[in-house]
Design a protein around this ligand. Structure first.
Ligand SMILES: Cc1cc2nc3c(=O)[nH]c(=O)nc-3n(C[C@H](O)[C@H](O)[C@H](O)COP(=O)(O)OP(=O)(O)OC[C@H]3O[C@@H](n4cnc5c(N)ncnc54)[C@H](O)[C@@H]3O)c2cc1C
Length: 388
């Protein structure tokens, strides 16, 4: 399979022109009925949108041009994300785009890149991330799913959990234990596994909002060729860590808080809460908190735009953005009184508004991608130099 030929040098454009092109493209092609969805869409629903982006060469802003990406500079990358979010585009199957692709580009062999990257772009391979296990979430290095070599194949046994959209995935990239005799981190390997084989069982888990998005994945004598190992044997921990580049800033973006605030303000107008001085006081406070979080994000984004890098202090962004978002949604549920206990759309002044879903949705934000407590530990140890 060949890599697509680049259509344009996007970095040569001015930021304004690039923003206009992004807004045009997303504005024209994002399927209206999937905008601002209150659940994670299935692959069958977003496939056309994925393929449209792919055929325009706009699927992966961060990959280098030679591998079919847009090769955007950090400044253009930020504009891309801002415009995509503004459009309300649905989330696609993105583990291959956001995680495995960059891992293969950084740590894979050229043969692996040539085999797997074009299949991610074409939507032939849909990836899920098999890291977490029961008793190995924050403490990921304690994972117990193991793999051993039999001839030219790894045989994998164990269980993964909280695997997002595994029911739609064709493949899983996983961290597995390949040496039990050494320090925890030193005995882990990074494997790519075909999900379409005997021994793979996927069981959906219903989330707090009642939607099936997460899964348990059981691996029972599952086989994968030796050349599906990324990096060396027992080097999986370093491979997984290679992902921690400037992507870390995204989890601290204020976009979710801003959306939640807009919803809260709409609710306040429709419900007459703007006449309640106590509520307006709290609304004003939370609005200032959202603006604070946005300006902290902008400070880090500016470092990124100008080619700089940051250290562990970026952890503060994720805590700030996700906890602020939770407080915005808590205020809406509280202010809605009885209506805040109902699932689905509630009628307010002739307009439909879902009060409870945003509250439920953002419970997960402070858990995945490093929980708030774990981020605080990082800040305490690595930024403030407090004792472990
Ligand atoms: C919506 C969602 C999608 C996810 N998708 C995926 C996916 O696709 N693939 C995947 O592999 N995983 C996925 N996860 C799993 C996620 O990475 C884990 O939930 C996360 O790492 C936390 O692990 P845990 O759930 O086992 O909780 P635990 O690690 O058991 O933590 C439980 C509580 O203890 C706290 N805690 C843990 N350790 C410490 C400590 N040292 N100090 C202080 N407090 C601590 C935590 O902050 C938390 O509050 C997803 C999770 C969610 C919520």
């Amino acid at each position: 399979m060949d890599f697509p030929t680049p259509t344009q040098d996007w970095n040569a454009m001015t930021d304004e022109e690039f923003r206009r092109r992004a807004a045009d493209l997303f504005g024209t092609h994002v399927p209206r009925h999937l905008c601002h969805l209150n659940r994670r869409p299935r692959w069958a629903e977003v496939k056309d949108w994925y393929m449209t982006m792919s055929s325009h060469g706009w699927l992966v802003p961060g990959w280098p041009v030679e591998y079919g990406g847009m090769g955007l500079s950090p400044a253009k990358f930020l504009i891309y994300v801002e415009e995509l979010e503004r459009s309300g585009a649905p989330r696609v199957m993105d583990q291959g785009l956001m995680n495995l692709g960059p891992v293969l580009i950084a740590r894979g062999s050229e043969a692996q890149r040539r085999k797997y990257l074009p299949r991610i772009l074409s939507g032939e391979h849909l990836w899920c991330q098999g890291y977490s296990e029961p008793n190995a979430g924050s403490d990921l290095a304690s994972l117990r799913t193991e793999a051993h070599l039999e001839g030219d194949e790894f045989v994998v046994n164990g269980q993964k959990i909280w695997t997002s959209v595994a029911f739609d995935a064709t493949h899983m990239f996983a961290l597995v234990r390949t040496d039990k005799t050494v320090k925890k981190q030193a005995g882990i390997s990074f494997l790519m596994i075909d999900m379409n084989q005997p021994g793979v069982t996927v069981r959906p888990i219903r989330n707090i909002a009642g939607h099936e998005e997460l899964c348990e994945v059981f691996l029972d004598n599952v086989r994968t060729p030796r050349d599906c190992l990324v990096g060396g044997l027992n080097e999986g921990w370093q491979v997984a860590k290679a992902l921690l580049g400037f992507e870390r800033i995204w989890s601290g973006s204020p976009r979710q808080s801003i959306l939640a605030l807009l919803r809260l303000e709409r609710f306040a107008k429709l419900s007459g809460k703007m006449d309640d001085a106590g509520f307006v006081d709290r609304l004003t406070q939370i609005k200032m908190d959202v603006l604070d979080s946005a300006s902290a994000y902008d400070r880090f984004a500016q470092i990124m735009r100008t080619g700089g890098s940051f250290g562990f202090e970026v952890s503060v962004l994720k805590i700030w953005a996700t906890e602020t978002c939770q407080r915005v949604t808590e205020l809406m549920v509280e202010a809605a009184g009885e209506a805040g206990t109902l699932t689905g759309d509630v009628d307010l002044g002739g307009e439909a508004i879902d009060i409870l879903y945003p509250f439920l949705e953002c419970r997960a934000f402070t858990i995945y991608g490093g929980s708030s407590q774990v981020q605080r530990n990082i800040l305490a140890k690595s930024v403030l130099n407090l004792p472990a």
